[in-house]
Design a binder for this molecule. Structure first.
Ligand code: AOF
Ligand code: ZN
Length: 364
């Protein structure tokens, strides 16, 4: 059932509300809700603001009060039917006397799902799938984690217009503007974990933190370091945020850091296994910051869900490419993307893209 044009308008608002939770709800989803009264006027709005806080439906019902009776609730995610940190939203909607519930995406969490069925069984009209694509996109991180059992991965890089992240002599600082770098800090702060390869840690000695003013819960830092080459003095091991050094299961080391043992996969670590471990630690979203080798390995394994590129209006003509070997042998195997966003950031451009759905003719 697609729903009416009015349904789409109210669901679009619910998606907007859901987005307000970005960066604050982990390991829970972002969810938005709009409640109309029986006459079709907006009576309440709500969103899920933090894990453990009221669900979007409860927040919107609270605002609507008695006006919800006989009305319609628009929710970006199927109402839950379980008692977790809070009570079931299916029950709250029934109690409020809502006559119709419209939701965009089914809840993939087996513990919480079933709200739609319970509401239907109680005589509530339920419409599913309205603005599903938009609601999927706003909640992409959590849906990836809940469906695939691994975190959603955003790969970020900064490069010149000719796609290089370092000059011929290896210098790489300040390719992009302060505005772009501030934006990176905002995205880091919204992520559960920041992942970088040992090459980047050795080359840049980056702290991989978000500016304190931005990060309420400090994102976990993860160094992919099969042979435990992280120096004990590396800035990534300072006390500013927790850090995990992911080393191979067979690596012998005296490094005084929290180690995560992961099986090997060729020359590197088994990235599927690494992500599964992080998912189990309630890491829903990963911000992958390179370098080129690690990014290529993630891409080759189909483990990049979003690409954020900061492109500076500069040309180098020589020097390391932003992306290393990524499992592409011929043009037909290129990782095809769709641009979701192109926006100026100071003098630079920010591009946001995601993998294109498989093309029937390109499938082997
Ligand atoms: C949310 N916010 O607005 C909705 C959710 O741990 P709990 O009790 O808060 O339950 C979390 C689950 O509830 C979550 O995994 C999802 O399946 C469902 N719906 N969750 O955090 C909401 N509607
Ligand atoms: Zn709920």
């Amino acid at each position: 059932m697609a729903g009416s044009p009015q349904d789409a308008v109210h669901m679009a608002r619910a998606v907007e509300l859901a987005a307000r939770g970005h960066g604050h709800t982990s390991p829970n989803p972002v969810v938005g809700c709009v409640v109309l009264d029986a006459a079709g006027r907006v009576a309440g709005e709500g969103f899920h603001a933090y894990a453990g806080g009221p669900h979007a439906e409860v927040a919107a019902l609270r605002e609507a009060g008695e006006r919800a009776r006989g009305g319609t609730a628009y929710v970006t995610l199927e109402p839950c039917d379980h008692t977790g940190r809070t009570g079931p939203c299916s029950g709250a909607l029934l109690e409020a006397g809502v006559a119709r519930v419209v939701h965009a995406v089914a809840d993939p969490n087996p513990k919480a799902a079933g709200g739609a069925g319970r509401l239907r069984a109680a005589g509530v009209a339920v419409t599913a799938g309205v603005l599903a694509e938009e609601a999927e996109r706003v909640n992409a991180e959590w849906l990836t984690w809940a469906r695939l059992g691994r975190p959603h991965v955003t790969w970020k890089f900064a490069a010149t217009l000719d796609g290089r992240s370092a000059a011929a002599d290896g210098t790489s600082q300040w390719i992009t503007s302060p505005e772009a770098r501030a934006d990176v800090h905002r995205l880091r702060a919204r992520s559960d974990a920041i992942v970088a390869g040992i090459g980047t840690v050795l080359a840049d000695d980056s702290r991989l933190t978000a500016r304190p003013a931005l990060a309420e819960g400090r994102p976990l830092r993860v160094v992919v370091d099969p042979d435990a080459r992280t120096p004990a003095t590396a800035r990534v091991l300072d006390g500013a945020a927790p850090t995990l050094v992911a080393v191979a299961a067979d690596t012998v080391t005296t490094l005084g850091a929290d180690l995560l043992r992961v099986p090997r996969d060729g020359r590197g670590l088994d990235l599927h296994a690494l992500l599964k471990e992080l998912a189990a630690r309630e890491v829903v979203s990963v911000f992958l910051e390179g370098g080129p080798t690690l990014a290529g390995a993630f891409l080759a394994r189909g483990l990049v869900d979003r690409v954020v590129a900061y492109v500076a209006p500069a040309l180098l003509g020589a020097g390391a490419a932003a992306l290393g070997e990524a499992g592409v042998r011929t043009i037909g195997e290129a990782h095809r993307l769709i641009f979701d966003e192109v926006s100026p950031i100071g003098p630079d451009v920010r591009l946001v893209a995601r993998p294109a759905p498989p093309h029937p003719r390109r499938e082997k």
